[in-house]
Each structure stands twice: as structure tokens, then as C-alpha cells.
Design a protein around this ligand. Structure first.
Ligand code: NAI
Ligand SMILES: O=C(O)C1=N[C@H](C(=O)O)C[C@H](O)C1
Length: 262
């Protein structure tokens, strides 16, 4: 049995993580964290997630030390969780997006003391897409314009999505482009396309779980690589799989492609 913690346990992702972990014979949720002052603190995390009670109440501090903490919160809460996990030697799976360059440096530093994995998207399909867009971008070159489009629910805090940034990084890695020089976010007014430029566009609409597409177009043809998540369970299952995988790994920084064998 692997003891896990969920940070952000009453959130959209947190509830699905608790629910799916309760069906998994390998995993036990021993700590379920929420922000100080949250109205559901003290309630059983299973009941909050609309499954049977798991005898773990939502709490603002770690009560039973887990082997792996899964974090799906907001950047500020992630930073505090990283500090606590590093200090208490708890491995971490991080799904929170909207992180800064300094946050990534802090993850690298923590990897000296704990096993740690951050992925902006835990689904198999998107992680495969990361590899595919790099291959296509490299093969097609700058004769093909690239546009990244993402759509998410109206409650999403960050834009572009972490996944869209991951797609951008995959393109940069394969082509030598640079995010701060070669990418434009939306277009308005005088905005003639430059050769080699990559456009990024974010839609925020209703209850959209998550859609990403990368368009490669030239005069006469267009290729589109696209992914659509229709349920958050695809992310939650990936995060639980990553937690089980990470539990016995030595300290260091890991990636979803390591977990998925891509
Ligand atoms: N990597 C991936 O596959 C995915 C990543 N995400 C990311 O996960 C994050 C969370 O997404 P949602 O679950 O939709 O958001 P949400 O807003 O539904 O849930 C976040 C939860 O964190 C809690 N929280 C805030 N401060 C806290 C603190 N100090 N301590 C403990 N809990 C705290 C909130 O009260 C809330 O319940 C976002 O950054 C999102 O982009 C979402 C889906 C998939
Ligand atoms: O906030 C979300 O919901 C999602 N966030 C992640 C992101 O920013 O890419 C992953 C997924 O698309 C859902």
C-alpha cells in the first residue's frame, strides 16, 4: 500500500484524485489538504469527493505523513507544499500550472532532496502530442506557420494553459525557436504574420475540460494535431499512476514521459 497526500483535495482535480484513489487497491489517501479557512475543512475527503468515507478529513496541515504528495492547487499553495515536502522528505507529483521560472528552479533545487515530477498535463495523449509536435515542427520548417490554440473552462486562472506552454517548449526544443522572441499571444490591430513566428491563442468557455490543437499551415495545405480531454479523470489517473511510480524512486527530477515509457 502506498500512502499518498492530496493538496487541493476539495478542488475539481482534488475530488477526482480522492475518488479514483479510493478505488485503487495500491493507494491510500492519508492526508487531504485544503486552504486554511476552507468551508469543508474537517469533512471526510471521500464524502466531499462524492464517494464512501475514507476516514481522512480535509485539513490545513499534513497530519499523517504520506510517501507522495500530489499537488493540484494554485502557485502560492504549491510553493508552500514544496517547502514542506522538501523539509519532510515527501516525494511530490505536481500538476499545478501557471508556475514561474523561479518555481521551476525551486523544483530543480528540491530534486536534490526528494523525488519530484511536474507535468502540465498528466494524460497519455497529451504527452504523446508533445513528442509529435516537435517532430512535425522540425520536419516542416518555417515554410509552415504554427498556431497553438487551447480552450478551457471559464474558471481557469492561468493563460496560456500549462499544456500550451508545454507544446511551445516542445516546438522550441525541436526547432531552436525561443518563447520570448518567436511567440505572439493573440493578435489585434496591425499584426502581419512574420515568417517563423508562432501564435498562441486561449479560449475560456463554459465547462470545457481541456482542448489543445497545433496547426501547421502553408500555402495550399494545413496539418492539425489535436487533443481533447472529455473528463478530468484522464489527468487524475495519470497523476495517481505517477505517484505510484515515483514512490520508490531515488531523489531527482522526473517527467511524465518517464512514467509512461514514451
Ligand atoms: N497537470 C494536469 O494534468 C492538470 C493540471 N491542472 C492544474 O491544476 C490546478 C488546479 O486545477 P483545478 O482542480 O481545476 O482548480 P480548483 O480551483 O478546482 O482546485 C484548487 C484547489 O486548491 C485549493 N487550495 C488553494 N490554496 C490552497 C492551500 N494553500 N492549501 C491547500 N489547498 C489550497 C483550493 O481551495 C481548491 O480547492 C490548476 O493549476 C490547473 O491548471 C488541472 C487539470 C489537469
Ligand atoms: O486548468 C485546467 O483545467 C487544466 N489545466 C492544465 C493546463 O493548464 O494545461 C491541463 C488541462 O488542460 C486542464
Amino acid at each position: 500500500m502506498i500512502d499518498i497526500g492530496i493538496n487541493g483535495a476539495a478542488g475539481r482535480m482534488g475530488r477526482r484524485l480522492v475518488a479514483l484513489a479510493s478505488e485503487d487497491e495500491q493507494l491510500r489517501v492519508v492526508t487531504a489538504l485544503e486552504r486554511d479557512g476552507h468551508e469543508l475543512l474537517g469533512n471526510d475527503a471521500g464524502v466531499v469527493a462524492s464517494v464512501d468515507a475514507i476516514n481522512t478529513p480535509l485539513a490545513a496541515q499534513v497530519q499523517n505523513k504520506p510517501k507522495v504528495m500530489i499537488d493540484f492547487t494554485v502557485p502560492e499553495a504549491f510553493r508552500e507544499a514544496l517547502r514542506v515536502c522538501r523539509q519532510q522528505k515527501i516525494a511530490m507529483v505536481i500538476g499545478t500550472t501557471g508556475l514561474t521560472d523561479d518555481d521551476y528552479k525551486a523544483i530543480d533545487a528540491a530534486a536534490e532532496d526528494i523525488a519530484i515530477l511536474h507535468a502540465p498535463n498528466m494524460s497519455l495523449g497529451v504527452n504523446l502530442l508533445f513528442a509529435l509536435v516537435g517532430q512535425v515542427a522540425e520536419r516542416l520548417g518555417d515554410d509552415y506557420d504554427i498556431e497553438i490554440v487551447e480552450a478551457h473552462h471559464r474558471f481557469k486562472l492561468d493563460a496560456p494553459s500549462g499544456t500550451a506552454m508545454g507544446l511551445a517548449e516542445a516546438i522550441c526544443h525541436a526547432t531552436g525557436k525561443q518563447i520570448d522572441k518567436d511567440f505572439v499571444h493573440g493578435r489585434h490591430g496591425e499584426s502581419t504574420r512574420k515568417r517563423g513566428e508562432v501564435g498562441m491563442h486561449a479560449l475560456r468557455i463554459g465547462d470545457e475540460v481541456g482542448r489543445h490543437s497545433v496547426h501547421f499551415g502553408t500555402l495550399g495545405e494545413e496539418i492539425t494535431l489535436a487533443h481533447k480531454a472529455s473528463t478530468r479523470d484522464v489527468f487524475a489517473r495519470g497523476a495517481l499512476r505517477a505517484a505510484a511510480w515515483l514512490a520508490d524512486k531515488p531523489v531527482g527530477r522526473y517527467h511524465m514521459k518517464d512514467v509512461l515509457g514514451l
